[in-house]
Design a protein around this ligand. Sequence first.
Ligand SMILES: Cc1cc2nc3c(=O)[nH]c(=O)nc-3n(C[C@H](O)[C@H](O)[C@H](O)COP(=O)(O)O)c2cc1C
Length: 320
Amino acid sequence: MARPFHLGWFLQGSSLQAWGEPWTGHIGRTWMAPELFIDMARCLERAGFDYLLIEDSSYVGESFGGSTELYLKRGIAVPRQDPSVMASLIGQATSCIGIVPTFGTYAGPPYLLARLVATLDQISGGRIGWNAVTGSSNFAAMNFGLPGMREHDLRYDMADDYMEVCRRLWASWEPDAIIADPRTGVLVDHTKVHAVNFEGRYFKTRGPLNSGPCPQGQPVIAQAGGSPRGRQFASRYADTIVAHTKGIAAMKAYRDDVRARMVAHGRDPDTCKVLFLVAPIIGETEADARDKKCQRAARAAATVPERLAHCSRSSRRSTS
Ligand SMILES: Cc1cc2nc3c(=O)[nH]c(=O)nc-3n(C[C@H](O)[C@H](O)[C@H](O)COP(=O)(O)O)c2cc1C
C-alpha cells in the first residue's frame, strides 16, 4: 500500500550517543549488549517506520583541545561498534523495517563492501540499505593507513567509481541463477553468473561476486549529500536521501534540485524518497513539550565544550 509519507529514524551510531539520557537506561554499563538497539528497532517497526539508519564513523576524535580527553570522558561518538553487526542482529529481530547501516567509500576495496551488503540483504530477507558516505575525517583516513582524506569533490569522484563496482557486482548474478535441483544435482546455473572485469579510474575488480544474488537485486542506496557534488552523487544513485536542511522553503528547494538532477541522469525522480532531518520534542501536552524544550536548551548551555567537540570532531586541526 502506498504510504502518504515516509519515516526514517536516524540512529546516531550503535554506540553510547545518548549516554546519561533517561531513555537509554544503564547503557553506560550495558553498552556492549545489543538489546537497546534491537528493542528500538522493534518499536520503530511497530510504529510503521520505513527504515532505521545507523550512522557510523571509525575514529576517536581529538580535535577539541588537541586531545582525546573530552571525547572519551563524555562518550562523544565512542565507543562505537561496527554497524554491520548490529544490522544483522536487528534483521533477525524484526520482519519488515528497512535497516540502513553506514559504510564509507574511502576505505577498503569495493568487493568487500559489495559482498557484505549482499550478505546482509540475504539474511534480512531483502531489507538492507547502505548509507553511502565518502568520509570527512583525517583521523578516520589515517586509521586505514591513508595520509588523510582526499579533497571533497575527489572523494565523490572516487565514490562514483566505487558505486559502479558495487552495482556491477550485485548484478553479476541473475536473480534465478540458483536452481538447487536435486534431480540433476545442479545448484547454480553457471550461464547466469557473469564476470565483471571492471576497470574504473580508481577501482577495479574481476567479479563475479561469490555470495549469490541479492533478494532486492540492487540493495537500497541511501545518501545524505548536502553540497552540489554530494547532491550530484545522491541523485545518480540514491533510492532515499536524508537531508539536513532547515525550513520549508529550503527543503522544497533541496528536493527540487535533487529531482532535477535525477531527471538529468535519466532517472524517474519519484523513485527516490527525500526525507528531512527533524528533531521533534514530544510531550503529553504542549506545555510539557515546551518544558522539555527549555530543559534541553539548559542542558545545551551547560555543555558548550562537548557540543564544540562534537562539531569539530572530524577536523585534524585542534579547537580549544
Ligand atoms: C542524516 C545524515 C546522516 C549522515 N550520516 C553520516 C554517517 O553516518 N557517517 C558519515 O561519515 N557521514 C554522515 N553524514 C554526512 C553526509 O554523508 C555528508 O557528507 C554531509 O551531509 C555533507 O555533505 P557533502 O558530503 O555533500 O558535503 C550524514 C549526514 C546526514 C544529513
